[in-house]
Design a binder for this molecule. Structure first.
Ligand SMILES: *Cc1c(COP(=O)(O)O)cnc(C)c1O
Length: 412
């Protein structure tokens, strides 16, 4: 690494020092919770054995679910590799909270892109909310934040049985909500309509703060295992956690009524899921540090970033507004070149189904598509915002960001 880059890294780390201390503090609290839960549930080697076939009496699988529930402050959890992704887990959680004739209101603007087909926003697909006669409404964000007066008006409708809250910014121009902010929203909604269940898309949020949304007043949450909670080791899967009756409903949606969570062979993945959850507070901290470092480097180079390098963080996502396609594309190429897998690939903008503009993506992960591993993507349109996340180790994340900065400088 040349002198210019070493100096840039030094200045950026100087900017992040206070934040890094806070990130370490939270990782310590998360690790303590995980270890306590492992001890309380008496984790032992036999728990990693797994089952085949129907997957009855999968002691390790059931124990891991109790561990998730303990750590996340929930009554129950469903942690399964039979969830094909986070979207699947979230969709099962959604169907747990609504019945035909009832309505779900998304109170943080629209749902994440991949969930649009579930509610029936994208054409006539069988099995959507629209197909089952389940209502869906959304309250748009106001200046990037939940619009409380409009939300409270919307939930007065007696058919509303569920409010849906997306914690992370996703691919939106908005701020990420803290678990406390989510808790406050839930309280306000329940004062107007006590029958409403609050469901949180917790993607990218686990272990970034001391607590999770259910511990703050939400009823149910769901997300992917190939983001934060899998700790980079889970090979696939998702989780649903919260009130026991709602988790049971989600399980009945995942398998079938009468089986619920009783079946589902864990095959040989239990060890990876346990070890991944053990690693998750630390790995998440590595990703959050990488994000803060990225913010600091890009601030040094004069770009607008969110969150800033000294802001508190509630997820692992970093955005950088490049204002021009060229530095954005170079940034992505730099990230790719520092990936442990596919470092030789050179990402180019391309058309993606469901996106209006060409999209560029950089990722070279051990687990396909895993975004707890260093990755970034951006639609090629003004303000040329890049969404960067992940980093299994801070050192590799830091190298990725510096490689990206170097690629950007080379162009000048
Ligand atoms: C990643 C993500 C999802 C979906 O998870 P997948 O595992 O990609 O299906 C949903 N919501 C948000 C905010 C996400 O970031």
């Amino acid at each position: 690494m040349n002198y210019q880059m070493t100096e840039l890294a030094r200045r950026a780390e100087e900017r992040c020092r206070g934040r890094f201390e806070e990130i370490d503090r939270i990782a310590f609290i998360g690790t303590e919770k995980v270890l306590e839960a492992f001890a309380e549930e008496r984790v032992q080697a036999g728990d990693f054995a797994g089952t085949t076939g129907y997957g009855y009496d999968d002691v390790g699988r059931d124990k891991l679910e109790r561990i998730y529930a303990r750590v996340f402050g929930c009554e129950a959890a469903l942690v399964r590799t039979s969830f094909v992704n986070g979207t699947h887990a979230i969709a099962c959680a959604m169907f747990a909270c609504v019945r035909p004739g009832q309505t779900m209101v998304s109170i943080t603007g629209g749902v994440y892109d991949t969930l649009e087909t579930v509610i029936g926003k994208r054409g006539n697909i069988p099995g959507t909310f629209a197909d089952y006669g389940i209502g869906y409404q959304e309250v748009p964000l106001k200046d990037g934040a939940p619009d409380l007066p409009a939300i409270l008006e919307a939930v007065k409708d007696p058919t509303v049985s569920c409010v849906f809250i997306q914690r992370s910014r996703g691919y939106g121009i908005r701020k990420t909500l803290s678990p406390q902010e989510i808790g406050d929203l839930c309280k306000a909604v329940k004062e107007v309509n006590p029958a409403v269940v609050a469901l949180v898309d917790n993607s990218y949020g686990e272990f970034v703060c001391e607590v999770e949304p259910v511990a703050c007043g939400a009823d149910l949450m769901a997300a992917s295992l190939i983001k934060n909670p899998g700790g980079g080791l889970a090979p696939c899967g998702g989780y649903v956690a919260g009130r026991a009756d709602l988790v049971e409903r989600a399980a009945n949606r995942m398998t079938l009524p009468g089986i619920g969570g009783e079946c589902g062979a864990s095959l040989n993945v239990n060890r990876s899921l346990y070890q991944g959850f053990f690693m998750a507070p630390h790995v998440t901290a590595q990703a959050v540090k990488t994000a803060a470092f990225c913010a600091a480097v890009m601030e040094e180079l004069g770009y607008k970033v969110s969150p800033t390098s000294d802001e508190e963080r509630y997820d692992i996502i970093q955005t950088i507004d490049f204002g021009d396609p060229q530095p954005l594309i170079r940034f992505c190429k730099g990230i790719q070149s520092a990936s442990p897998v596919d470092s030789f690939a050179s990402p180019e903008p391309g058309d993606m189904p469901g996106y209006e503009s060409p999209v560029i993506m950089a990722a070279g992960a051990f687990i396909q598509g895993s975004s707890i591993e260093l990755s970034c993507d951006a639609p090629i349109r003004p303000p040329y915002t890049c969404y960067m996340q992940g980093g299994l180790t801070y050192e590799s994340g830091k190298l990725g960001i510096l490689r990206a900065a170097q690629k950007m400088q080379e162009a000048k």
